[in-house]
Design a protein around this ligand. Sequence first.
Ligand SMILES: Nc1ncnc2c1ncn2[C@@H]1O[C@H](COP(=O)(O)OP(=O)(O)OP(=O)(O)O)[C@@H](O)[C@H]1O
Ligand SMILES: [Mg+2]
Length: 481
Amino acid sequence: MNDNVVDLDFPLVQLSEKDRWTVRDAFEGTMVLGGTGSGKTSGSGHTFANAFLQAGFGGLVLTAKPDELAEWRNWASACGREDQLLVVHPAEPWYFDFMEYEARRDNGSDTQTMVSLFMLIIEIANEGSIQSQETYWLLALRQMLRNAIDMLKCAGELITVETLYRLIVSAPTSVSRLGSEDWQQDSYCFRCLNTATDQYEALTDLSDGTQKPMHFDDFDIAFLYWTNEFPNLAEKTRSIIVSMFTTTADAFLRGTLKRLFVTDHNKRPAPPELARQGAIIVMDLNIKEHEDVGRIAQGVYKLMFQKANERQVASDSTPGVFLYADECQFFLNSYDLAFQQTARSSRIASFYLSQTLSNFHVGLGERGEQKANALLGNLSTKIFHANPDTTTNEWSAKLIGEDWSLQSSSTSSFDQQDEARMSTNLSEQRRYIIEPIAFTQLQRGGQPYDYTVSALMHQVGRTWSTGNNYLEVFFQQSQSQ
Ligand SMILES: Nc1ncnc2c1ncn2[C@@H]1O[C@H](COP(=O)(O)OP(=O)(O)OP(=O)(O)O)[C@@H](O)[C@H]1O
Ligand SMILES: [Mg+2]
């Protein structure tokens, strides 16, 4: 097994004779942009993935295409790391119950953290469309989740998607229902309210100074919510917030998502922390075949991976991990921005690949362009491959910048003796350092380009050995195709 390289100055990739890309650079994040067939995966993707593997990094790989698992198997075995691959797929012996994990970790998450997590999961499951909901519904949904989690805690129940679901769908929809025997007999919510009340009263009766667990501080409010506020909500409000929750929860209670995310004692848990120990976690749920389920499963695991690795206080000797997402537009969510701002201090190397800028805009949903700009600003290294997309190329050219250059223009005229005269004017003009069209002319690999892929690289604040703020780099393909 490779020792994980922890030295920030260690060169991961030799870009040219004098230019190196180090572990420090990796932790500042990378984005690769290039058209279809421009050599992103087989050129820069393979080169940098190989560097992470050689350096002993564990990581998380998200997949969009069916051949990506095989590709990573090859890449890992070429580095002697095949035995560290951990493949996540419903048929593999791994599961990850994210709510239970949250409830159990350290001292247990506080209610607010769990609510925020579930809101993000609802956002992922609904492809960001929840962000366009009115603030009122979102606040009402948060309030319902907060009270559900507190009530489950007070009743001594585990907090899982299933218990949350059962409590919410069996809650009273009118005050009169509360007294109905039929409802009381069947309702999981009623049982939780009863047990929690008993526990609360028993703790209150204790006069030996025993401290009540903190969640009982909110018992009164939660009790009032479920016995008064929730049943008195306007029918429309209640059905909207309940269905915002149930449409997501329901997806996790059946099929593939259930197999992956609900505790199964015949399988082993695969918490994202395993990556710090060197595991190369490959989500084998590619979007092409698994569509929405693949997107949700990978999005949720990615979110948990980000949060888990971010929570850990990193020191100089904390092993690095990578997060690799080809076709990353399928996996973006509003949390990526906050995450990328702290990824460096958490020693996480994000490596995203996509075709165009607009993929980022769409992938980030509501206010996508603003969010994309913020996110891209926090991915310090940019690698541009050949691209036919003019908007992306103009954006790339702008990023590299403009320069003043001398332009000469000549005019010819005839004087009164009919003799030709030439006059030359020199003027300074602003122009792109790299014109947008140059991004269409990069080498795309394969036999026509002698298996060489070229790209232009830019890194925030860096001047390369050439004296320029961009560097032309070349990647050799492995020629296996
Ligand atoms: N290992 C390889 N050896 C040689 N040529 C390859 C190899 N992998 C891909 N190619 C060829 O090189 C070119 C670039 O392919 P690559 O898959 O890297 O592009 P890409 O930018 O990732 O495209 P896409 O956006 O469709 O994923 C294509 O013409 C492809 O057929
Ligand atoms: Mg590709």
